[in-house]
Design a protein around this ligand. Structure first.
Ligand SMILES: NC(=O)c1ccc[n+]([C@@H]2O[C@H](COP(=O)([O-])OP(=O)(O)OC[C@H]3O[C@@H](n4cnc5c(N)ncnc54)[C@H](OP(=O)(O)O)[C@@H]3O)[C@@H](O)[C@H]2O)c1
Length: 247
């Protein structure tokens, strides 16, 4: 069994997640800051709406320009390594997680808990694969950052979600990662809900990070059918849309 998975993003009206390839919003961009000036904290919306135990981020948000993209999906059953789940971190009642998908073991996470009081109780967590270098895993252990290791070259997302449920009791995951993480989750049938806020701006552009950045559909593959749960105009022309994936 796996948790309920919601993909939550803020996008331009044409589905772009950033202004150009390689523009990392975590590093800040004055245009995006201006475009989202009247936007309340999107994490706060996701927290109150979905009450997740995990926010999931992609490594791309930490590592632009993006590394050479690995292709493909981990075969099932995915090989598992030895997870690092120290009791004094994992056993804290009500623990919640800010998790990063980092199959290659390259994201240099500098925090265990955000200093911001609104994030009290949230701890960093890494989902990684057997490809992560031993020295990186050692660094995570030294920093007391738990990790779950599943997949040979990259994280086997489906199994990783099952492990979050089985090992950490996670019921709901909100993925706020970039389009490649959203795309991988969508293509692997791991998305249950899509919750986007569209900004009244059009960005355009080729090879842009978009909501679901994945391989094109094969001739026998169908798009993902959605059912509208709610639509709401908020702020100055922003539109919040929630859809459920129809199985
Ligand atoms: N507007 C928004 O709401 C929003 C939100 C987040 C990010 N962004 C922007 O979007 C950009 C980053 O987006 P991005 O698409 O390049 O990166 P991303 O989605 O954040 O990162 C790609 C992630 O997907 C994982 N992944 C992709 N395919 C996979 C597969 N088949 N199996 C397992 N894992 C897979 C990668 O894992 P590996 O590292 O293991 O390959 C990596 O963690 C940045 O500019 C960021 O600022 C915008």
């Amino acid at each position: 069994m796996r948790p309920h998975v919601v993909v939550h993003n803020v996008a331009s009206m044409d589905g772009r997640l950033t202004l150009a390839p390689g523009v990392d919003l975590m590093a800040g961009d004055e245009r995006w800051t201006a475009m989202t000036a009247d936007l309340p904290d999107p994490y706060a919306w996701a927290r109150t709406t979905h009450d997740p135990q995990v926010f999931l981020e992609g490594s791309g948000s930490f590592l632009n320009p993006v590394r050479a993209a690995l292709q493909g999906v981990e075969p099932a059953p995915a090989p598992e390594g030895v997870h690092f789940l120290p009791d004094d971190v994992v056993g804290v009642p009500g623990r919640r997680w800010f998790a990063v998908v980092d199959g290659a073991g390259v994201v240099d996470l500098q925090f265990t808990e955000w200093p911001d009081p609104t994030w009290a109780g949230w701890h960093s967590l890494v989902l990684t694969s057997l490809a992560a270098p031993a020295a990186h895993l050692e660094l995570l252990r030294q920093r007391h950052i738990p990790y779950v290791m599943v997949g040979e070259k990259r994280v086997a997302l489906g199994r990783a979600l099952e492990l979050l449920h089985d090992l950490l009791g996670v019921e709901t995951v909100v993925s706020t990662g970039g389009g490649r993480l959203g795309g991988a989750l969508l293509r692997q049938g791991l998305v249950d809900e899509i919750d986007v806020e569209l900004l009244p701006w059009a960005i355009g552009g080729r090879r842009m990070p978009v909501l679901f950045d994945a391989a094109p559909l094969a001739p026998d593959e169908w798009p993902t059918r959605l059912e509208l749960l709610s639509s709401e105009v908020v702020g100055e022309g922003r539109v919040r849309l929630r859809y459920r994936v129809v199985r």
